[in-house]
Write a protein that binds this ligand. Structure first.
Ligand code: PLP
Length: 390
């Protein structure tokens, strides 16, 4: 790339680059030409690959997972688990309402297989954390005669990085006779999941947010007493919970990525990313004292900064940064090319701003990268000031 600067990727919450360990594991898996359900030697080799990945991913849960069903990603896992119809052994079990954080990813907010009227949005505070008092009130008023309450919460918001108080949420939900589904997509592999006092009952994972391949995820159950009725039926794969031949290549990449992510976490490498993110925000405030950093008063993911620059549309800023070779996002990247107001800003009552930019860093973010981002924003702020003065 003579003469032009290499691109800078700062959109890890949309998708993290494939880790080399995942790439190697996937190449090796591609050479295993068999169906993991086949009983011959070749089939058993494929099966042991799937089992090994399951064990690697279970390390995120301290080896406590009772069920791990591989899916095509977090969206499928959400559609699988968010259903009124469950079974306990052979007996049917019914959830009558789904309570979901208003700041959740659309794959939770759309309610899975619940009827539209049975999905209740739980408001969040201006900081983006779930309003526990309102949730408690909603659960107190839940009509238990019609079925149990199912609660779905993001461990961390993909846009703001704001983390929910999972242990408190789990105790509240349990005390009210409910079941907690945690969307751990953005937290898994970046911060440990607190299992001393289980922070949830069912967890949704996606490989591509932690350096695995896109198109593979899982639903993890810490207890196998109850399971949702399958979303995909057919053969008896995944113990009858999800039909279809397993994506052995994706699963192998997922397991290897988790293993590498766990090493990074053990070495506390994300602590350096927090330093970079905090320096970025401190210098941004100096460049633009009226900048609003959403969710900065509460606990956030180490890599995420979601901010508004008054007077500058987030989409305009995103394009300007892109032209400077820097990839960030203006809200979430859940549908290709979609540009629209962020529902997370709306539910945090911050809709009066012109959208927000999300910078989500990887472990490799350097001082020079942050300087380059700040310089690009500085040029943008200057251009905007000149345009307003003209
Ligand atoms: N949940 C969260 C918090 C996400 O950030 C995303 C992706 O952006 C998803 C769920 C959906 O994940 P997938 O792409 O695996 O369907």
């Amino acid at each position: 790339m003579s003469g032009s600067k290499a691109r800078l990727y700062m959109d890890y919450n949309a998708s993290a680059p494939l880790r080399p360990q995942a790439y190697d594991a996937m190449l090796a898996a591609l050479l295993i030409d068999a169906n993991p359900s086949s009983v011959h030697t070749d089939g058993r080799a494929a099966r042991s690959l799937v089992d090994q990945s399951r064990q690697q991913i279970d390390c995120l849960f301290g080896g406590q997972a009772k069920q791990m069903i591989f899916t095509s990603g977090a969206t499928e896992a959400a559609n699988f688990v968010l259903t009124p119809d469950w079974t306990m052994g052979r007996a049917p079990v019914r959830f009558s309402k789904l309570y979901v954080a208003a700041s959740a990813h659309p794959c939770l907010l759309s309610g899975g297989r619940f009827a539209f009227d049975d999905v209740v949005q739980v408001p969040v505070t201006e900081h983006g954390t779930v309003d526990l008092i309102i949730l408690e009130d909603l659960l107190d008023r839940h009509d238990a005669a019609s079925g149990m309450p199912l609660v779905a919460m993001p461990a961390a918001c993909n846009e703001t990085g704001v983390m929910q108080p999972l242990t408190e949420l789990a105790s509240l939900v349990r005390a009210k006779g409910g079941t907690l589904v945690v969307d751990a997509v953005q937290m898994a592999g970046r911060l440990p999941i607190d299992l001393s006092n289980p922070a949830g009952d069912y967890f949704i994972l996606s490989a591509h947010k932690l350096g695995g391949p896109r198109g593979i995820g899982a639903l993890v159950a810490l207890s196998d007493l109850m399971m949702p009725r399958p979303l995909i039926t057919g053969g008896g794969q995944e113990k009858g919970h999800r039909a279809g031949t397993e994506n052995t290549v994706g699963i192998a990449g997922f397991g290897a990525a988790v293993q590498a992510a766990l090493i990074d976490m053990a070495e506390e490498r994300w602590a350096d990313t927090v330093v970079q993110r905090d320096r970025f925000e401190a210098e941004l405030r100096m460049l633009c004292p009226s900048a609003i950093i959403h969710g900065d008063a509460v606990q956030r993911l180490p890599n995420t900064s979601f901010f508004s620059l008054p007077g500058i549309k987030a989409e305009t800023a995103q394009i300007a940064l892109d032209l400077d070779g820097i990839a960030v996002s203006a809200g979430s990247a859940c549908s290709s090319g979609k540009v629209g107001p962020s529902h997370v800003l709306e539910v945090m009552n911050a809709e009066r701003v012109d959208g927000a930019l999300r910078v989500s860093l990887g472990l490799d973010a350097s001082d020079a990268d942050i300087d380059r981002l700040l310089q690009s924003l500085q040029r943008l702020l200057k251009r905007s000031k000149t345009a307003r003065a003209a």
